[in-house]
Design a protein around this ligand. Structure first.
Ligand code: C2E
Ligand code: MG
Ligand code: MG
Ligand code: MG
Length: 287
């Protein structure tokens, strides 16, 4: 009896595994097509400067975030396809597309908006990209092709991928040598620790939304944000608070001397054209 039940469970498990594998193979085939047919696109979320006097610098920067316009499913968020792209060897193509699109759009904003254009563009990297031989060459090629100044490009990595791996560390130093800025994304999640921050060649620490969302309600989270800002500052790094949704969260992180903020409170991620309009409207507000 028990054996039969166990057998049945096993069968259920197997069919779920098989379904999942089939589903994944389906996404993989569709993703190949998506790249070929240019169904991927990039949206940009403003990263604003939090000035000590209470002002906001709307031109501090943007973060590039990839989307997939699926012919049947509509717009698909990255959480549903980045891991698949990594596992099936498509992340190189996705990553190169995002980087080139981002650099082109950045240069276009410079030409159109001058002073009001974002001064920095942040692009997310995945571990699989950093591990690919020849990837640094494609970064160099994209910079040349687009005329993007490396000092205004920031590549974001997560700590889990950067922590102990010598090969990854080497790659990060090669990016620094090109003049590119590096940010540590989602700080505070996973195994991130303040004591290992100095091991990474990063310029900026991005404090994860899970802390920022409780900045105004939890003493514990406020203290952790404050400690992160202080340690980062003492190491010569800047901080960005991610996922600010309210005025009071913005006030708290500003009071803690966090230099920049990002979140729905300022703006959702926007298509390139809408970002232009957002920047233009905020420039008018200043004039
Ligand atoms: P991330 O790099 O931490 O990006 C921030 C995410 O938080 C974005 O989700 C953004 O839309 C969302 N967000 C921003 N402000 C708020 C807020 O106030 N409230 C809430 N609830 N969410 C906010 P998105 O675009 O879905 O991206 C999710 C993750 O996917 C990113 O997290 C990043 O790790 C990854 N990703 C996005 N684009 C790329 C890419 O081009 N390449 C790679 N390798 N990963 C990417
Ligand atoms: Mg990011
Ligand atoms: Mg990220
Ligand atoms: Mg993040």
């Amino acid at each position: 009896e028990a054996k039969r039940a166990g057998g049945a469970r096993h069968l259920v498990f197997e069919s779920t595994m098989r379904e999942r594998a089939a589903q994944r193979a389906g996404i993989e085939a569709e993703l190949r097509q998506a790249i070929a047919e240019e169904q991927l696109f990039v949206v940009y979320q403003p990263v604003v400067g939090l000035l000590p006097d209470g002002g906001t610098d709307h031109s501090a920067g943007v973060e590039a975030l990839v989307r997939w316009r699926h012919p049947q499913r509509g717009v698909v968020p990255p959480i549903e396809f980045i891991t698949v792209a990594e596992e099936c060897g498509l992340i190189g193509a996705v990553g190169d597309f995002v980087l080139e699109r981002s650099c082109r759009d950045f240069m276009d904003w410079q030409a159109r908006l001058g002073e009001a254009a974002p001064r920095l563009i942040a692009v997310n990297l995945s571990r699989a990209q950093l591990g690919q031989p020849g990837w640094i060459d494609s970064v160099r090629r994209i910079l040349d092709l687009t005329g993007m100044p490396p000092s205004q490009l920031q590549l974001e990595v997560t700590e889990s991928l950067a922590a102990q791996d010598q090969g990854i560390q080497q790659r990060l130093h090669e990016l620094k040598a090109l003049g590119i800025q590096l940010a540590l994304d989602d700080f505070g999640t996973g195994y991130s620790s303040l004591s290992s921050l100095h091991l990474l060649p990063v310029d900026t620490v991005k404090i994860d939304r899970s802390f920022v969302s409780q900045a105004d309600t939890s003493h514990h989270h406020r203290v952790l944000i404050e400690a992160t800002v202080k340690v980062a500052q003492s190491l010569g790094m800047k901080t960005v608070a991610e996922g600010i949704e309210t005025q009071s969260q913005a006030d708290v992180v500003r009071a803690q001397c966090c230099a920049k903020g990002q979140g729905y409170f300022f703006s959702r991620p926007l298509p390139a054209g809408d970002l232009l309009a957002w920047l233009a409207s905020h420039q008018e507000a200043l004039a």
